[in-house]
Ligand binder design. Structure first.
Ligand code: ADP
Ligand code: MG
Length: 448
């Protein structure tokens, strides 16, 4: 097809792929790709993260080569550029009712997947985007991308949620595969039981015949020597047959007190960290959880909560549960006050007095012996302009608001004036002890 442009070739490739994979897979891997530029020799495509790039290059090289002309090295004339993603709108993939054709044993175990832990209910942000892509990658093509996938991160950050999402997804999309999710504790318990019942061979056979094994909280294997060996054998048997393994842990493999051999095995594939979600993601999670509880939550209240609960998603969820119970019971609208009253003991530090531009102007005015109205005015005399700059510096430091909005509270200044003042004071503070002390005192005054 010599007359086809590279861009047309891409469209045809997408049409072809769309017919060959599930809608959800297509949404997740191909929809986010955009054409940046097409020349005669190269097609530039934008991808949201390296993982999408790797995934496409690893899994669709052959197909790409049939749709695109290749260079001497046999590589299709395509280049991927990783672009910052805009916060992704959640894609509503139609829920597929799971119709697993499992044995009774499998069914009993499969029940352990939490039905609400799916990719659809997992809120993405910069802290977890990579690990989510990796999870989706292994769920889409078990045993064919990264093996094992090792997910680690702090408590309550969504590791189990993601692990179960892989389970659901793999079960829905690969009905003939045997998928098993197990906590390390229950793995050990099953081993103990089977030793007692002399049914260890049956259990081993069961595990070794799985296609996807999801193991939660591997840190509990530490200092359980006998079980560690058993686990290591099972692990190797599965991996050698290209069966997918996913492991979660509260620490990276190297920090686990396990045998070097097992640690090395766990580092074979992809080790991905689940980070602490940033403010915006926490707000999105709160909104999502509130919505699913039928709780009305304004953006400002969501921000207020997210500012005070910041390193544990489970606690964000707890906050919503508590708020929704309280607000429902008392028939109250959820305001910042209500949130503070209901949740203050969950907050990671007692909420500070809300600092306002008004408060800053008052404190600065009294510190520098000028009038608030002067600070808001336009006088350029040094006695006024300097404290005004200090006030602007403090406003930017202490108030979580857009620069435009802050600046406008200073009698309609522009955001670049505010930024300039902030920069100037910040620099000057470095070698001006007096100024540093004045600012320190004003701050204490404000926070008292
Ligand atoms: P971990 O296993 O890392 O301790 P969990 O997976 O149990 O954490 O998550 C704790 C709670 O927070 C769960 O109810 C989970 O649904 C929720 N959660 C965590 N991360 C997210 C997220 N990104 N989006 C939506 N819910 C999340
Ligand atoms: Mg967990």
């Amino acid at each position: 097809m010599p007359t086809l442009t590279l861009e047309e070739a891409w469209t045809q490739f997408l049409d072809f792929i769309q017919d060959h994979i599930s809608a959800a897979e297509f949404q997740n891997w191909f929809s986010p790709i955009g054409v940046l530029k097409a020349t005669e020799d190269e097609l530039l495509l934008s991808v949201p993260n390296i993982f999408v790039r790797e995934y496409i290059s690893d899994n669709y090289k052959k197909e790409l080569a049939t749709f695109f002309p290749c260079d001497e090295g046999g590589n299709p004339l395509i280049r991927f550029v990783v672009e910052e993603v805009k916060r992704e709108k959640k894609v509503e993939t139609p829920a597929v009712a799971p119709t697993p054709s499992l044995s009774q044993d499998d069914q009993r175990r499969a029940m352990k997947l939490n039905t609400t832990y799916t990719f659809n209910t997992f809120i993405e942000g910069p802290s977890n985007q990579f690990v989510k892509s990796a999870a989706l990658g292994v769920a889409s093509r078990p045993g064919k991308s990264y093996n094992p996938l090792f997910i680690h991160g702090g408590v309550g950050l969504g590791k189990t949620h993601l692990l179960h999402s892989i389970g659901h997804y793999a079960q829905e999309h690969h009905k003939n595969l045997r998928v098993q999710c197990i906590t390390t504790e229950s793995f050990i318990n099953e081993l103990v039981d089977s030793l007692r019942n002399k049914s260890i061979d049956k259990l081993k056979r069961y595990f070794r015949n799985l296609d996807v094994l999801l193991v939660d909280d591997i840190q509990f294997l530490q200092s359980r020597m006998n079980f560690e060996d058993e686990f290591c054998h099972m692990f190797e048997t599965l991996i050698n047959q290209n069966k997918q393994i996913v492991i979660t842990s509260d620490k990276p493999p190297g920090q686990l007190k396990l045998s070097e051999r097992l640690i090395a095995r766990m580092e074979w594939g992809l080790v991905a960290k689940m980070g602490v979600p940033d403010l915006e993601t926490r707000v999105a999670i709160l909104q999502h959880k509130a919505e699913s509880k039928g709780l009305k939550l304004t953006n400002s209240v969501a921000f207020f909560i997210a500012e005070h609960i910041f390193n544990n998603v489970r606690q964000l969820e707890g906050a919503i549960n508590r708020l929704s119970a309280y607000a429902g019971l008392m028939n109250l609208e959820v305001t910042e006050d209500v949130a503070e009253k209901t949740l203050s003991e969950m907050f990671q530090f007692v909420p500070q007095k809300r600092i306002t531009v008004e408060g800053i102007l008052k404190s600065v005015a009294s510190m520098f012996n000028v009038r608030v109205s002067d600070l808001r005015g336009n006088s350029r005399s040094k006695e006024i302009a300097f404290p005004r700059q200090v006030a602007m510096y403090l406003a930017k430091e202490l108030i979580n608001e857009s620069l435009v909005k802050l600046a406008s509270s200073f009698g309609g200044k522009t955001h670049s004036t505010l930024l300039h003042s902030w920069n100037k004071i910040r620099t000057q503070m470095k070698d001006d002890d007096l100024l540093r002390r004045q600012i320190q005192m004003t701050k204490q005054n404000l926070e008292a």
